[in-house]
Design a binder for this molecule. Structure first.
Ligand code: ZN
Length: 133
């Protein structure tokens, strides 16, 4: 297993971690298999979405923040219930197929670490399984 470190700078933020995950895949030596990305946090998540237009990730965050407001009479005393809810909705893992020793993502797809309670120092775990060439 490889660990990726992610430093976030905003309260909510999507960070493209594709190149770091790609490095973990190359390091594994697996040519055909699967890559699991797991985020071990309850106020963060991981998702796959468009990398070409940075407005897309901004729109995703804008709508998530609208649907799940930061303050809404939540009971959780830590004051970050919105982040916990977003984490559950988006999810803490993704699986991407590997062929030719590389991630099989669509042309416009990237893997994004989703910060919902930043800024913080975060991590993601990457496990690669499959056949070596
Ligand atoms: Zn909390």
């Amino acid at each position: 297993m490889e660990e990726i470190s992610v430093k976030t700078h905003d309260r909510t933020e999507l960070v493209d971690i594709t190149s770091m995950v790609r490095d973990a895949v190359r390091k594994s030596g697996v040519s055909s298999g699967v890559c699991h990305v797991f985020v071990p946090h309850t106020t963060a998540a991981v998702t796959i979405n468009e990398n070409a237009d940075p407005a897309v990730t901004k729109d995703v965050l804008m709508e998530l923040n609208k649907v799940i407001p930061f303050d809404d009479g939540y009971r959780h005393m830590e004051g970050n219930s919105a982040a916990h809810i977003k984490s559950s909705l988006v999810g803490c893992s993704e699986t991407v197929l590997i062929e030719g020793g590389d991630l099989q993502l669509g042309t416009w797809q990237s893997l994004f670490f989703c910060e919902f309670d930043g800024p913080r120092s975060r991590r993601a775990w990457v496990q690669v399984t499959g056949n070596r060439a």
